[in-house]
Design a protein around this ligand. Sequence first.
Ligand code: GSH
Length: 201
Amino acid sequence: MKLFYSPASPYARKVLVLAHETGLIDRITVTAATASPTGSAAEVAAHNPLGKIPALVLEDGIALYDSRVICEYLDGLSDGPHLFPEGSARWDALTRQALADGLLDAALLTRYERVLRPEERRWEAWEAGQTGKITAALDRFEAVVADMPVLDIGTIAMACALGYLDLRFPDLAWREGRPALAAWFAVVEGRPSMAATVPKG
Ligand code: GSH
């Protein structure tokens, strides 16, 4: 299986962390590719019409996207631990994944606004709105972190989201006022799956 990814992409990191945790990492060949709202690598667009990464191309040429679909597919292949729980725990895990991905969507939109949009066209209220979504998601995580399972797709998504904030938004100082979340992340980022996928770029 071939994974189009970028070393800075938190969504691609989710896939890689899950692949490490389920023992599937050796079955995946990673290919670095660029993706941007203003133009993505042709090879990415050839597999994902949205031009976004991650995209996973299977042995038979079928492409899977987005990160949620890829993670669930890989989890289904796993003979070891399963990170998409069954029963009522499933909806809790999927909702935490949605919250973490939503935090990331707001962070990515802010990043694109800061880096790609010409300065004279930037809209402060719009960036403030995205930052509000990020901080509201962080506050919710602070409130629920003590009751979370050690590892499921929701906690992986959260860990990747926090790692992305450290990479791109140190100015946000997300640990301030969120001691439980900070302590949780300090432990999680020490897992071999997280240490092997520290974002760069
Ligand atoms: N919902 C998607 C997922 O979970 O995979 C989001 C993927 C995404 O936005 N990836 C970014 C991207 O490809 C890179 S981190 N951006 C290019 C674009 O927005 O066109």
